[in-house]
Design a protein around this ligand. Sequence first.
Ligand code: IMP
Length: 186
Amino acid sequence: MLRPIICFVTTNAGKLREAKDLFKEHFEVEQVDTTYPELQEDDLSKIAAYGARYCADALNKEVIVEDSGLFIDALKGFPGPYSAFVQKTLGNKGILKLMEGVEGRRAEFRSVVGYCAPGQEPVTFTGIWWGDILTEETGRNGFGYDPIFSYRKYPVGEMTVEQKNEVSHRRRSMIQFRDWYLSKIK
Ligand code: IMP
């Protein structure tokens, strides 16, 4: 059976790998490996909506983009919308340093998928994943902040893509998008 093709605008190989696994039964995922302007905003939904509209109009096709971030309670939500910049600058070691001696280690990952067709309004889908910040980097899997995040005491850096995709923020946002899109094209 012919499956619909979903165009995912991202330069992030980790996000692409997870999306391909999540959508494997329903869509072909075509990557557009390019950056796009990111709004300076606290709200990931606004960033994803703006990015989706921009890419749909620039590429003249329907697209999804995904914006995500790590929000650490003890750091009042930092790095949040600055997660990509902080990952490149402070890195996981820098976050662990900021968290040295901190007892409350709750944090959440957020993922927002933005979908848009050319000339139309964007639609967003949000997923949240609660966990804890570890005290040291653990595991060799995943990407970004995965080596310092644990879910129910299980280090995410030791999860396979399939295991992470059973429970993650990205699963929650992408599956909502998938179900919405499949019912739209039915
Ligand atoms: P952006 O969505 O491209 O702005 O990236 C947000 C930042 O959070 C990047 O540094 C990502 O590597 C990181 N990030 C996003 N999702 C995840 C994840 O599932 N695990 C670990 N790090 C993530």
